[in-house]
Design a protein. Sequence first.
Length: 377
Amino acid sequence: MTSRLLQDGTGSRNRMTDLTLLGLETSCDETAASVVRRHADGRVEVLSSIVGSQIAAHAPYGGVVPEIAARAHVESIDGITVQAMAAAGVTYDDLDGVAATAGPGLVGGVMVGLAFGKAVALARGLPLVAVNHLEGHAVSARLAADIPYPFLLLLVSGGHCQLLAVEGIGACRRLGTTIDDAAGEAFDKIAKSLGLPYPGGPALEQLAKSGDPAGYTLPRALLGRDGCDFSFSGLKTAAARLAETVTTEVQRANLAAAVQVAIARQLSERTDRAMAAYALARGGRDLRFVVAGGVAANGAVRAALTQVATARGFSFDAPPLAYCTDNAAMIALAGAERLALGLTDSLDAPARPRWPLDAAAAAAHPSHAAGRKGAKA
Ligand code: KG4
Ligand code: ZN
């Protein structure tokens, strides 16, 4: 049983108590619920983390269909939450708050989890924390390891590809972002052109295992260019063209291997630049690097990033695989860290399809013209 929150008389919550939160995640194609306890001494315990995947529902279409996703979230959110509460062995009386993803993401899905979280908060008189999905990924490595702020983060998933200096909760500075597709999107689309099933990233990694990357030359976007932005659309187009010429299984595996190397190389080259800038800005202190998001599950990507981190004198951390891809434990932890700082949201908190972590950087350097497809933040 956790201790209840104490008010310190100034309206801010006493951070020296254990906090147990229910987290909810519905921003893409996973319906997830989790109970996380953040102890007063900063220790984190994931009491449960249930992820209901919609892969089977979207697979026939080769990608996530927003309307199908939203309906599937409606159908499963309550059952998944019941499972998460039961697996954690807690009741609603044991909770200190509810954290729900409020964006960015597919807005129909975000609305489902956020409305469900609001209902629980209202019914049980609990504080609501509206969590930015990207902040969830940013804290995800802290679910399993003691990684103090600040750190340099590469957030690399199906919807996002960003380098961020994470100073703390609510304090992220964006160093770079993709100017077109996210890396996971590139993995998925190239995998599709190779005839691999959705989701493409893991399938492409599997195929690449038996391939020789030297067989194909692919474009090296932004190589040597200033800044830490990413671009994957040229690679995607080139790989799709080459995929049409593939006739044997060996060629197919070789192309998959070449694509994986090209993506890993761009991610590590741009991260290397960000590390240099980050180290300079911090006078060589706090050299910690974290990679998070679905693409962090890729072995070749991890290996390339580990290499640059070692060369630059940075520590390297990545969340366990279960916390790389979308999950609600990271949302519950981001919520607990916010609640410990007294940061809660009202019941009219909006669902936000776009919600950059570093609003100032996003406004100063909009990476997408309005209406263009691409990374959501
Ligand atoms: O973080 P995530 O679950 O969802 C988003 O917030 O986007 O990331 C999903 C993405 C997909 O594009 C998927 O193909 C990619 O992560 N992914 C991988 C691997 N596992 C997941 N990409 C490459 N190699 C993998 N092993
Ligand atoms: Zn995600």
